[in-house]
Design a protein around this ligand. Structure first.
Ligand SMILES: NC(=O)c1ccc[n+]([C@@H]2O[C@H](COP(=O)([O-])OP(=O)(O)OC[C@H]3O[C@@H](n4cnc5c(N)ncnc54)[C@H](OP(=O)(O)O)[C@@H]3O)[C@@H](O)[C@H]2O)c1
Length: 236
């Protein structure tokens, strides 16, 4: 993972559903299934607008993600725009403790890239390669996310990334100053309690300074509200 430092990076957008008390999941970190069917379709529309969809290991496993585009109209529209029918799929895991039996490895194209580290067990490497995943393994223990984005742009031509979580990966991206856009669906639910993860995870240290955002659009969606923000200043 050694593209030239001046390699331009893709634009990074993220997308989350949030309860009104700012939670992205339950305290047991179960599947986040509290938004409407309309919001789930919007997620596919956002996915269709990206060259690559990125998610962290825990989200891929918890949500049983395939990260595909199961909507013929959205696929056809991409083809009309001269794009492949579906975006690249990208999974991030420092530990490399991925389950080769997970749903994401059981599906056909589009191509799947796994960014991980040399901590990934050798049998897992073989099993993922057999599932036609392309592995990018760095020295670790974490994935160099800036290097990953530069490689996505330089080698795979990715100009726009849609990160679908989870909070751990979002936190890493924000810490590295790599997020350009935050999409949030505010859902009319209140969980209560402090143990369920928020947008950037569980209780943890504060950022050195707040990440400042600007509201770009706000759209009611039934009982929900969809907001798009651009990030205007990152941590120093
Ligand atoms: N409401 C929503 O819209 C929404 C969206 C997504 C997820 N969720 C929920 O969020 C919960 C999962 O939260 P989470 O924070 O555990 O999920 P996550 O961000 O998907 O996964 C965290 C894992 O991603 C990997 N990772 C993140 N940054 C990394 C880096 N810089 N280098 C290497 N690896 C990195 C690590 O994997 P390793 O441990 O393998 O090193 C880390 O443990 C689930 O309940 C899910 O349903 C909700």
């Amino acid at each position: 993972m050694e593209p030239a430092p001046e390699t331009p990076l893709p634009e990074v957008a993220v997308n989350f559903a949030l309860t009104w008390d700012g939670r992205v999941s339950t305290r047991a970190r179960t599947r986040a299934d509290f938004s409407s069917p309309r919001d789930k379709h919007r997620l596919l529309e956002l996915r269709a607008g990206a060259d690559a969809v990125v998610a962290g290991r825990v989200t891929v496993e918890t949500e049983r993600m395939r990260m595909s585009l199961p909507d013929a109209e959205l696929r056809a529209d991409r083809v009309r725009r001269g794009l492949p029918p579906e975006p690249l799929r990208v999974v991030v895991s420092g530990s490399g403790a991925l389950d080769p039996a997970a749903r994401i490895f059981q599906t056909d194209a589009p191509p799947l890239l796994v960014f991980s580290t040399e901590q990934m067990p050798v049998p897992t490497r073989a099993a993922l390669a057999a599932a036609r995943a392309t592995l990018h393994l760095g020295p670790g223990p974490r994935v160099d996310l800036r290097g990953m984005l530069a490689l996505l742009r330089g080698r795979y031509g990715v100009r726009r990334v849609m990160c679908e979580g989870g909070p751990g990966l979002l936190r890493s991206l924000l810490e590295a100053g790599l997020v350009n856009e935050i999409n949030v669906t505010f859902c009319p639910r209140v969980f209560g309690g402090a143990e369920a993860p928020a947008l950037t995870g569980g209780p943890g240290s504060f950022f050195p300074s707040a990440v400042e955002c600007r509201l770009e659009s706000l759209e009611p969606l039934g009982g929900e509200c969809f907001a798009r923000y651009s990030v205007i200043s990152h941590n120093p």
